[in-house]
Design a protein around this ligand. Structure first.
Ligand code: BES
Ligand code: MN
Ligand code: ZN
Length: 499
């Protein structure tokens, strides 16, 4: 799909379709008012006859509107004018793209950027629209041997802005959105891959491929042997049950004019399949545990967007690839592992494997002298119980970092919600025989998992994002939280420019 921006009035447009918004109670958007005027009140007469009520998401396609050069006009209901917020705007764009695909117009011009959305500007509206459209058009068909009949015929969409002095911001929004959308697609593609193909080595091969494609990226792979030398016994223990070797990818991006500037470190849980190991999971929905690498996939997608945006910051990303399987080589409940940090961990459940992989990576990344570390992981079922599927959980040992991430998530419409990791919870992961146990009791599972990680991140600013509820839905991988992470990096880049 090709996108572009321009600033013209609807009457001069000769397109296959132009899209304008109408509100409830016969309120017309600015562009709809213009179309109405040119066409001798054609639109308002329709509203008066209640052919369209302006309800949120309602659509009406008009042909041959009097005096208009464009062939079709698509009216999209925008609900109550005073209610229009970012969620409703997203719904409006979704309905628009679904309808456009049904109509089969090759091109269209969207005037919905003239809607006033609470607290949001033109930049936001265009960026959100492009991200939403690309999200809607995504499908994963690599493994279908018959080509699906439905093909998206819309090939070109232009966004119209009210004033030509908004064009610079509009172009910027488009550039950002396209980079983010390509990161989200890369993340979804990786997440949706079947686990027999997408094993830890495959993750690493993708990371290497990225480095060969982008000049500003360098990838290094750490093999099981190297991990052994580094003392990453907890990470390794999780992968021992599988004949697919663990593999850790390090993707380095250097964009800061000061090459020595401390990097932002992103760590992604990359369990390419989590059977639970000896503490085997029930078989129902076990297929979904192919998504247990979505943290790594989101980090991968974020790096792709970053490479395209060429931002003036330094970032190190880790894909912690591993497979958790039961076998006679597998680690067991009762095992005591000495982590890379020197702290010992008693394994009480081999299904709490993510934290064991992550704890060694969190120790390993200290060598980069990070400005901050953010890990992203499908870490706990408890997170899904606590927060459901709409927001990711955020936990951090540094309040300003948490605030930065929360505002990035709001800007990107990719929400997180903070949970507390107060010291009181640390009691729950006491072990009888080692320094720490790898599980707590049944209460506050998302928090005790974060408490476990916090034992390995005391030396730096750290945030943990649990995406167990948001990384996939029934249709497949969502690519979350790429949008939020790239927003965070964009915000950090602005701060560099100001210095
Ligand atoms: N990958 C799972 C978490 C998960 C479960 C994510 C379901 C999304 C949906 C993780 O490795 C896991 O199994 N966690 C256990 C921890 C427990 C044993 C303390 C869980 O949440 O049940
Ligand atoms: Mn598990
Ligand atoms: Zn897992």
């Amino acid at each position: 799909m090709k996108f572009s921006v321009k600033s013209e009035s609807p009457e001069n447009q000769c397109s296959a379709c132009i899209i304008v918004g109408v509100f409830e109670q016969c309120h017309l958007s600015l562009a709809a008012q213009q179309v109405d005027r040119i066409s001798g009140n054609y639109i308002s007469s329709l509203l008066n006859h209640e052919d369209l009520k302006g309800k949120l998401g309602e659509t009406l396609l008009l042909y041959n509107v009097p005096s208009l050069l464009s062939k079709r006009v698509l009216l999209v209901g925008c609900g109550k004018k005073s209610d229009l917020d970012q969620y409703q705007y997203k719904k409006i764009i979704q309905k628009m793209i679904q309808k456009l695909n049904k109509i089969g117009s090759k091109e269209a011009i969207c005037f919905l950027t003239d809607l006033s959305v609470k607290k949001q500007n033109t930049y936001w509206k265009i960026r959100q629209a492009i991200e939403t459209i690309q999200d809607n058009l995504y499908s994963f068909e690599k493994f279908k041997t018959t080509i699906p009949k439905f093909s998206h015929r819309l090939g070109r969409l232009e966004f119209n802005v009210l004033n030509s002095n908004e064009l610079v911001e509009a172009e910027k929004a488009m550039t950002h959105a396209l980079a983010i959308a390509s990161g989200i697609k890369a993340s979804k593609d990786l997440g949706n891959m079947p686990p027999n193909i997408a094993n830890p080595t495959y993750l690493s091969s993708q990371a290497l491929k990225m480095a060969s494609k982008y000049d500003n990226i360098i990838t290094t792979i750490i093999s099981e042997n190297e991990m052994k030398e580094l003392g990453m016994a907890a990470y390794l223990a999780v992968g021992y049950g599988s004949k697919n070797e663990s593999s850790m990818s390090i993707i380095e991006y250097k964009g800061n004019p000061n090459a020595k500037a401390k990097p932002i470190v992103l760590v992604g849980k990359g369990l390419t399949f989590d059977s639970g190991g000896i503490s085997l999971k029930p078989s129902e929905k076990m297929d979904e545990m192919k998504y247990d690498m979505c943290g790594a996939a989101s980090v991968f997608g974020t790096m792709k967007a970053l490479a395209r945006l060429d931002l003036p910051i330094n970032v190190v990303a880790i894909l912690a690839g591993c497979e958790n399987m039961p076998s006679s080589d597998a680690y067991r409940p009762g095992d005591i592992l000495t982590t890379m940090s020197g702290q010992t961990v008693e394994v009480l459940n081999t299904d709490a494997e993510g934290r064991l992989v992550l704890c060694d990576v969190l120790t390993y990344v200290q060598r980069f002298d990070p400005d901050c570390i953010i890990d992203i992981a499908t870490l706990t079922g408890a997170c899904v119980i606590a927060l459901g599927h709409h927001v990711s959980a955020l936990m951090s040992n540094h309040h300003p970092l948490a605030c930065e991430l929360i505002s990035a998530s709001e800007q990107a419409n990719d929400q997180v919600w903070q949970l507390p990791i107060l010291n009181d919870y640390q009691e729950q992961i006491k072990s009888k025989f080692a320094d720490i146990a790898n599980i707590g009791d049944r209460s506050a599972g998302a928090i005790t998992a974060a408490c476990f990680l916090s034992r390995f991140t005391k030396k730096y600013h750290w945030a943990h994002i649990d995406i167990a509820g948001t990384a996939w839905k029934s249709k497949g991988s969502t690519g979350r939280p790429v949008s939020m992470l790239v927003q965070f990096l964009l915000n950090r880049s602005k701060a560099v420019n100001k210095k």
